[in-house]
Design a protein around this ligand. Sequence first.
Ligand SMILES: [Zn+2]
Length: 70
Amino acid sequence: MSEESVCKYQEITMIARDGATAWTCSACGETWFLPNGTTPQENNMNYCPNCGRKIGKYIPLRIDTEENVE
Ligand SMILES: [Zn+2]
């Protein structure tokens, strides 16, 4: 299996939706809103519904604690 058949799903924050989180595909860029902050894994999304690539990695949103004091 080549790497091109695998994608990553990254959790992002949608400012326009009151900071609700969504998951976006690294390969096709499709964005999915999942209910109640669940992960793609919890919704049995093993493959991207849009491009069909296998989801090889899930990258949850990193909650930064505004400590970037320079
Ligand atoms: Zn995709």
